[in-house]
Design a protein around this ligand. Structure first.
Ligand SMILES: [Zn+2]
Length: 401
């Protein structure tokens, strides 16, 4: 079946906006974009010539095992994988309402993220496209016991760990370059994998066309990540001058995940979060703005990832909120922030040849905004689900209001 969307302003996702164009969709693919398109006889025409139309949003970093409201890590660890999978599917399902058509799980226990992905792919539940990294790979003791990471030490073991995750069918590889805010016994700024281990992991992943993402804080961990040729630096605070220059040379994509700190810091006084997390977030939060601003000015490609599922980062508006924060903290224009949450997020997962922009040959993942709603005037409108009058995923309207 063919579908023709008439648009008032089409935000392509690559920085361009096209006035009064049509988008022709056949089956699940965008086949043409332009004026007065030739269309098949049985084509359904939807007239949105008074509306802004844009690509579906992409969140390139969330965690389906977590719900954002269970704050005690011990309570999370006590949950069964099966329960996490069912809950994760329900949580991710709701993201379509927020115009989110693709998400990536950046580290899950067992096969939880695979189960969520399958539930949508098999059509048992209607939900966004899901990409998975399987288990996060860390050094021995790199995360707290029970967190479900895959431990590996030395280049041979890391090579094997990456191959294991690839054999399980992951879409990308997630590495722990440093300790973490959420882990009780590591410091976020302490380096973990050495440059050589990260390099071997990336080499193995690239052999099968998969990108690597490394979680890293602090000067040394970030430097190891960038020099190793890792595709995406996740978090990356503080981002110093030397590392910024290295990122330019290496072409590293930056995913600062501002929203997760922003939301959590708002709740510090409630006393519900473990003390070590509050301490580490207080350390990191003031460092973010400068690094993100420098990265924007330096022309680094920035991608939206949210860490949705971590304490206080709830399923829903988080990717749009990250775009607003990239504008507010990083000095991006609304258009640049939209590119970060569409094409660049897709690029960070190496799926930008299929998704992230409204162009011929791409999957028809498209959102139509309500009449009078324009994110180029106010990027914050993307945080409200009422702003979306239609969400199309793989050529099919999945939300209509
Ligand atoms: Zn994460």
């Amino acid at each position: 079946m063919a579908l023709l969307l008439r648009t008032g302003n089409l935000i392509v996702g690559d920085g361009r906006a096209l006035k009064d164009v049509e988008v022709l969709i056949e089956e699940d693919v965008i086949v043409d974009v332009g004026s007065d398109l030739d269309r098949p006889a049985d084509c359904e025409v939807l007239d949105y010539s008074d509306r802004v139309v844009m690509p579906g949003l992409v969140d390139a970093h969330l965690h389906v095992c977590y719900d954002g409201v269970t704050l005690d890590p011990a309570a999370v660890r006590a949950l069964d994988d099966e329960f996490m999978a069912i809950r994760g599917a329900r949580l991710v399902e709701g993201l379509l309402d927020f115009g989110i058509t693709t998400v990536a799980d950046a580290g899950a226990r067992g096969k939880v993220s695979f189960a969520v992905k399958q539930a949508f792919e098999k059509g048992i539940i209607k939900g966004p496209r899901v990409l998975v990294s399987g288990r996060m790979i860390t050094i021995t003791g790199g995360r707290d016991p029970g967190s479900g990471c895959l431990e590996a030490d030395g280049t041979d073991a890391v090579r094997k760990a990456v191959r294991e995750e690839i054999a399980r069918g992951v879409d990308f590889i997630k590495l722990a370059g440093t300790g973490a805010i959420s882990s009780a016994h590591t410091e976020s700024m302490s380096a973990q994998f050495d440059e050589e281990e990260l390099r071997v992991a990336t080499y193995e992943a690239h052999k099968v066309g998969k990108p690597t993402h490394s979680h890293a804080y602090g000067d040394l961990g970030i430097k190891n990540t960038v020099l190793a040729g890792v595709d995406v630096l996740v978090h990356g605070h503080p981002l110093n001058r030397e590392n910024l220059e290295l990122m330019k040379q290496m072409g590293t994509i930056y995913m600062p995940t501002i929203v997760t700190y922003y939301e959590s810091v708002l709740h510090h006084d409630e006393g519900e979060l473990p003390a070590h997390m509050i301490r580490k977030e207080k350390e990191v939060f003031p460092l973010i703005k400068k690094g993100v601003q420098d990265a924007v000015k330096g022309g680094i490609e920035i991608a939206v990832g949210t860490d949705t599922g971590l304490p206080y980062t709830l399923y829903g508006k988080a990717p749009a909120e990250e775009m607003s924060l990239l504008a507010e903290y990083g000095g991006m224009s609304a258009m640049e922030a939209i590119v970060a949450g569409t094409r660049n997020a897709a690029k960070s997962l190496r799926v930008d040849s299929r998704i992230g922009t409204v162009e011929p040959g791409k999957s028809a993942d498209i959102v139509v905004l309500d009449s009078g709603i324009d994110p180029l005037e106010d990027i914050k409108v993307l945080q409200q689900k009422d702003s979306f009058s239609m969400v199309v995923l793989k050529g099919k309207p999945v939300v209509e209001r």
